[in-house]
Design a protein around this ligand. Structure first.
Ligand code: FPP
Length: 249
């Protein structure tokens, strides 16, 4: 049965691809007098909740910013704990992902991950590769500028000539080449910035910022974000009039 908030959603107008900056784990822990790792552990529960809810709602793609290229500079103990949590998530969730038809994908400089984490990641991707209902992408050792640099290097090494280079070709060289453009970016904990996340891809994405800290962000918060999204008018540089006419035709 649908909850009261969920019934406010218009089924036909759901975002195809939601991307999330899961921020505020440290502050959540701090406010409760716990160590930062406890915040990340609690954050993992929100990951499970948001993935489950997205699948139930019929969202086709969810991308989570789980570890940035800059996060390596955090204290070693925190980096190690995050890597262990990631491994734990993949090992414990793989069967559920298969059962729910969720394909796992990863973007970022994955070769920088510790080899044990990389191996589990590759195995999980392999085990879920035929799943068709939703794609869950984890951004790991990911940075938007790094992604653009990696794309340019590949474009040069593939010998693409300047006259052949246009937006669609460029997009094919990004880590996200197999994903639809993000429709909605959710950032938790009230910070209003992109933090080097999907810099190219977010060009026309609707941005939703909530003060809720990531460990507190659950299904009802996701639905609030979706309702907010459904009340936006996406214009892609056109006028309201033009958009309305396009909707009628
Ligand atoms: C940002 O909060 C969050 C992270 C750097 C890590 C996100 C990781 C998880 C949610 C857990 C594991 C993830 C998966 C996919 C299993 P912060 O630590 O920067 O918070 P703060 O700004 O309050 O310090």
């Amino acid at each position: 049965m649908k909850g009261k908030v969920e019934s406010l959603l218009t089924q036909g107008k759901l975002p195809r691809h939601i991307v999330v900056i899961m921020d505020g784990n440290g502050r959540w822990a701090n406010r409760k007098g716990f160590d930062r790792i406890s915040g990340h552990k609690e954050g993992m529960k929100s990951v499970k909740s948001v993935v489950k809810a997205s699948r139930e709602l019929g969202i086709k793609a969810v991308t989570l910013f789980a570890f940035s290229a800059q996060n390596w500079k955090r204290p070693k103990s925190e980096v190690n704990a995050l890597m262990e949590l990631l491994k734990e998530y993949l090992i414990k969730e793989v069967n559920r992902l298969v059962e729910k038809e969720i394909k796992l994908n990863a973007i970022g400089r994955l070769w920088e991950l510790p080899s044990d984490v990389y191996e589990v990641l590759v195995k999980t991707i392999e085990k879920t590769k035929l799943c068709k209902e939703m794609t869950l992408t984890l951004a790991l050792s990911y940075g938007g500028r790094e992604e653009i640099i990696d794309a340019i290097k590949k474009i040069i090494s593939d010998g693409i000539s300047p006259e052949d280079l246009h937006e669609e070709i460029f997009s094919q060289f990004l880590y996200t080449s197999n994903l639809p453009e993000p429709d909605l970016l959710i950032r938790t904990s009230g910070e209003i910035r992109l933090s080097n996340f999907l810099l190219w891809q977010l060009a026309y994405t609707e941005i939703y910022v909530t003060k809720t800290l990531w460990p507190d962000f659950k299904k009802k918060h996701l639905i609030r974000a979706l309702i907010n999204y459904q009340n936006r008018e996406r214009r892609f540089g056109l006028t309201s009039d033009q958009i309305r006419k396009r909707e009628v035709n």
